[in-house]
Design a protein around this ligand. Structure first.
Ligand code: UD1
Length: 326
């Protein structure tokens, strides 16, 4: 298939591009390199530098003829979305509307969208399945949910079939070491831990150890980015075969605490990784774990590389080689 990957130079986008290339598909990456990087581009893929706010360029490219569009271009820092909602309205909402309209005018009938577990908000029960009420606690999650709704309308009105993939906590790097671009100024746990291990920041701040969890620190469902990437290919196959849209969780169904991640990182890197307990971060639930039964059932998908040591080992390899850690 001919696939257009918008945001394909980013952290998750590059893993998704790699997975489609490995499957023998033809890939075009459209990215403005604002958070993505040239290091994440592959020689076998065509690269078009462009912005999702440039509706004309997007539509022109879409008219070249693609079988599917995968959209991963978004701002994703939940905390920032609460202080700078304008950025999230513009990039996530306006940008996505441009992409969806371009898909329609270009006759691209299938779209895979990066949604998020942030659409659920504070969990009312665990594990969180797709029937869980959606009540985002941050503006970022709101933008993802609104886009799912817009896609629902385009499905009805324009026959655009979509898969909205509700990622839990993406982590890890390509186990074969083919992706070398590191995220700039990361805020998520594992890249922050790796920056401490690599000597790029002095210490980890642990946001609270008084949660009602196994060791008092926050528990999340970390899903390996290469597992996520496989989920995109499987979801696209499913919407193509069934001519129906799909909203599905992608999570490992395992809860890993901040302390467990830190301990694994200390053991694997051999670095002390200083950590300081600080107060809770606003809006952080104690525990968030997915049910991925629907993905098992429909897509035959389950996480394979998402155990804590695989997440840490593959990420450390990327940092060791590319950030000067040793
Ligand atoms: C966050 C967003 C989520 C988004 C995801 C991807 C919130 C509430 N959620 O998930 O919507 O989809 O990122 O970008 O912002 N932690 C520390 N110290 C750190 C960083 C994190 O202790 O320096 C802890 C957090 O308190 C949490 C866990 O590590 O318990 C994971 O945090 P993080 O990686 O930021 O992801 P989420 O907050 O779960």
């Amino acid at each position: 298939m001919k696939i257009l990957i918008v945001g394909g130079a980013g952290y998750i986008g590059s893993h998704v591009a790699r997975e489609f290339l490995d499957g023998g598909h033809s890939v075009t990456v459209y990215d403005n390199l604002s958070t993505g990087t040239r290091q994440n581009l592959f020689a076998e893929a065509r690269f078009v530098e462009g912005d999702i706010l440039d509706a004309q360029s997007l539509a022109k490219l879409a008219r070249e003829g693609f079988d599917a569009l995968v959209h991963l271009a978004a701002a994703k820092a939940a905390g920032e979305s609460m202080t700078d909602p304008m950025k999230y309205s513009t990039q996530n909402l306006n940008g996505t509307v441009n992409i969806i309209n371009a898909a329609v005018v270009g006759g691209i009938g299938k779209l895979v969208f990066s949604s998020s577990a942030a659409v659920y908000g504070e969990p009312k029960y665990l594990p969180v399945d797709e029937k869980h009420p959606t009540n985002p606690e941050n503006y970022y999650g709101f933008t993802k949910l609104e886009i799912e709704r817009i896609l629902g309308w385009y499905d009805k009105l324009k026959g655009l079939r979509f898969a909205a993939l509700r990622y839990f906590n993406a982590a890890g790097y390509d186990p074969a070491g083919r992706i070398s671009g590191l995220e700039r100024s990361p805020a998520n746990l594992l890249p922050v831990v790796m920056e401490v291990a690599a000597g790029m920041r002095p210490e980890l701040m642990v946001f609270g150890e008084d949660y009602e969890t196994k060791d008092g620190t926050g528990v999340r469902d970390y899903v390996h980015v290469s597992d996520l990437a496989r989920g995109h290919v499987a979801a696209l196959d499913w919407i193509g075969c069934n001519n129906r849209s799909l909203v599905v969780n992608l999570g490992s169904e395992e809860g890993i605490s901040v302390k467990e991640m830190l301990e694994s990182a200390r053991r694997i890197t051999g670095k002390p990784i200083p950590a300081k307990i600080v107060g809770r971060r606003a809006g952080d639930p104690a525990k968030l774990v997915a049910s991925s039964s629907l993905a098992h059932e429909l897509l035959g998908w389950s996480a394979r590389h998402s155990d804590v040591d695989s997440l840490v080992r593959t990420t450390w390899e990327a940092y060791r080689v590319n950030a000067g850690g040793s």
